[in-house]
Design a protein around this ligand. Structure first.
Ligand SMILES: Nc1ncnc2c1ncn2[C@@H]1O[C@H](COP(=O)(O)OP(=O)(O)OP(=O)(O)O)[C@@H](O)[C@H]1O
Ligand SMILES: [Mg+2]
Length: 319
């Protein structure tokens, strides 16, 4: 079971995902892990899959635009916010250009009618498309995903299964309807190579998804780091998240407990909140006694820019 320090220093870990409930510190932790990885000498990309991006704010640098942007002060660190709209536009243009043939669309429509299954949501599909892209891309030693709050991320992580079975059905249907479609095509005088390419594209995508599932479930390649705060609601959500990660075989051995209030006997309000947090912290340690737990104090300032992220990184690297 790898600690955060071991994950950061590993030569094999290519993907780190930072996830959890809204507002707990996912983006800050993703940024801190990216800075640590880059300082270790790895060519690192930190990528936000949250449609409500805040990576730019966290790095205090504009990382928007849907392409990797070099982070100032580094020659081996890039940041990127996925541009869902731009991505969807490109995708639709590909479809519109006829690269995906009419019988693929027909099969897809038929399938939608038959099984009530439609292709998965666009935000998650775009984010997953990026994961597939970077699994093949060897320009980065490490890719760190700053994910959206739990619900979104669970949708993203169930995509490989969903897409795999959806593509499987489309491809089977094609096989069954193949002779009929060929007949129709020759009658209508259309079709040909372009459609073949579209089917090939689907088959390739299916193969890539298989690869992604293998890589995402290998603890030497991928680690999901769960970020939470010591409050009951967040603990429940952590439990649900870990349950799902487990079901999808995504390796997760670390929980970061963020925003712990330091001891301050003079402040009654702080002491009362601290007591509440310490109780939840004990519960978390009991509940997840088979995981590495790293405690992070509440800073007296927000965590922003390379300096703040480095400070957080130093704490994570101790855990
Ligand atoms: N330990 C901490 N001490 C002080 N401020 C913190 C700490 N952790 C996070 N913050 C601040 O809390 C805010 C939320 O953090 P962050 O954006 O990392 O959370 P998130 O989980 O990514 O949120 P969202 O769900 O909105 O994406 C930020 O302003 C960040 O600077
Ligand atoms: Mg965030």
């Amino acid at each position: 079971m790898k600690t955060i320090k071991e994950i950061v220093e590993s030569d094999t870990i290519k993907f780190i995902l930072s996830g959890g409930k809204g507002g707990v510190g996912k983006t800050s932790c993703a940024g801190a892990l990216a800075v640590l990885s880059a300082k270790r000498g790895l060519r690192t990309l930190v990528l936000s899959t949250d449609p409500a991006h805040s990576l730019s704010d966290s790095f205090a640098q504009d990382l928007s635009g849907g392409e990797p942007v070099p982070v100032k002060g580094f020659d081996n660190l890039w940041g990127m916010e996925i541009d869902t709209e731009k991505g969807m536009q490109e995708f639709q243009e590909t479809l519109g250009s006829g690269a995906a043939g009419p019988d693929m669309q027909m099969a897809s429509n038929l399938l939608g009618d038959m099984s009530g299954m439609s292709p998965p949501g666009s935000d998650e599909a775009m984010a997953f498309g990026k994961i597939l892209e970077f699994i093949e891309d060897s320009s980065y030693d490490r890719v760190i995903f700053d994910t959206a709050p739990t619900g979104h991320t669970l949708k993203l992580l169930e995509l490989p299964d969903l897409l795999d079975s959806w593509l499987g059905k489309v491809l089977t249907l094609r096989q069954r309807l193949g002779p009929m479609m060929a007949g129709l095509r020759s009658m209508l005088g259309g079709g040909g190579e372009q459609e073949e390419t579209a089917w090939q594209m689907l088959q390739n995508t299916k193969d890539k998804i298989r690869m992604a599932r293998i890589e995402l479930s290998d603890p030497d390649t991928t680690q999901f780091v769960v970020v939470t705060i010591p409050e009951a609601m967040a603990v429940f959500e952590t439990q649900r998240l870990l349950g799902s990660l487990n079901a999808w075989h995504i390796p997760a051995s670390n929980i970061i407990i963020n925003q712990l209030i330091p001891e301050n006997l003079e402040c009654k309000f702080c002491s009362s909140r601290r007591n509440m947090q310490q109780r939840n912290l004990r519960d978390i340690r009991d509940l997840f006694n088979d995981m590495n737990i790293t405690e992070v104090p509440l800073f007296d300032n927000e965590i922003r820019g390379i300096e703040g992220l480095s400070e957080l990184g130093a704490i994570l690297n101790k855990g």
